[in-house]
Design a protein around this ligand. Structure first.
Ligand SMILES: O=C(O)CCC(=O)C(=O)O
Ligand SMILES: [Fe+2]
Length: 270
């Protein structure tokens, strides 16, 4: 990260990177998503299912989407934030429309009594074991709705008082609390957050446009939740992943550095 990115990520808990995708990357990914959206349920690639607001394992629908897991702009940042021990563990594609009328309430990792998720700074290096990259394929404008964040909340020390930010939870026209920021990425932009950051999602207001983005989640390669070590993706998805993506999704010890982490530019072998 540049000194400016590092300062802002530490201060706020997220980064909004503009124009990450090249015009070619953007048009290829947009076309792949449109094909997925137009597919009948029985035509979806094995291991991808449509549910709620998107496609589980949607990143594996097309190599243009899978390649984003190692995108040359975000890859060095993912490595830096995980102290060179990243493991890719989820990749859902979201198509958020006006039809869904409830907001996603504010939430974050590390609420409650689990101490496994971390955000720390040591020796001038940021460390977090729960990083999320949101790749946007459509534009978001102020007033549309979508992602809201509470900058700085990844370093909170107290429990968030209930109803502080949304005293009228059912009123989607209520003004946003001044401490919250509605992030408005454009197609081709990326938002990187630590899941320790308090965030939520406002109801999507436009009726003529949807919000399409890919959620790529990374933990450290030695991070285990209560379910222990298990494959992140079903066998039918694993089967079609490139070796580089499989390596990225693999567990590892706290000491070993994966071969692909030694490279800043990784191209998928197809
Ligand atoms: O819909 C969004 O923008 C955010 C979804 C979310 O909260 C998450 O993926 O952790
Ligand atoms: Fe979230």
């Amino acid at each position: 990260m540049t000194p400016k990115q590092k300062y802002l990520f530490d201060l706020r808990g997220y980064l909004h990177l503009e124009n990450v995708l090249t015009p070619e990357e953007l048009s290829n990914t947009q076309a792949a998503i449109e094909r997925l959206v137009q597919s009948a349920p029985d035509e979806l690639p094995p291991g991808i299912s449509r549910g709620g607001e998107g496609f589980s394992n949607g990143f594996s629908a097309d190599k243009s989407l899978e390649a984003l897991t190692l995108h040359p702009v975000t890859w060095p940042i993912i490595k830096e934030l995980t102290w060179n021990k990243p493991r890719f563990n989820r990749g859902s594609l979201v198509v958020n429309t006006h039809e869904r009328q409830e907001m996603t309430p504010l939430h974050c990792a590390g609420e409650g009594f689990r101490w496994t998720r971390r955000y720390e700074v040591k020796n001038d290096q940021i460390f977090t074991n729960d990083v999320v990259a949101f790749f946007y394929f459509t534009d978001v404008y102020p007033g549309d709705g979508g992602l809201i964040v509470l900058p700085g909340s990844h370093k909170r020390n107290f429990k968030r008082p209930e109803n502080l930010f949304f005293p009228e939870p059912d009123n989607s026209d209520a003004p946003l609390h001044p401490a919250l920021v509605n992030v408005t990425p454009k197609a081709g932009d990326v938002v990187i957050i630590t899941e320790m950051l308090t965030h939520g999602v406002l109801v999507w207001k436009p009726t003529d446009r949807d919000r399409r983005f890919l959620i790529l989640r990374y933990k450290t390669q030695f991070f285990q939740d209560e379910r222990g070590i298990r494959e992140s993706f079903p066998p039918e998805v694993m089967e079609r992943l490139s070796p580089e993506t499989k390596a990225l999704a693999a567990y590892g010890s706290e000491w070993e550095v994966k071969e692909l982490v030694k490279q800043d530019n990784v191209t998928l072998t197809v």
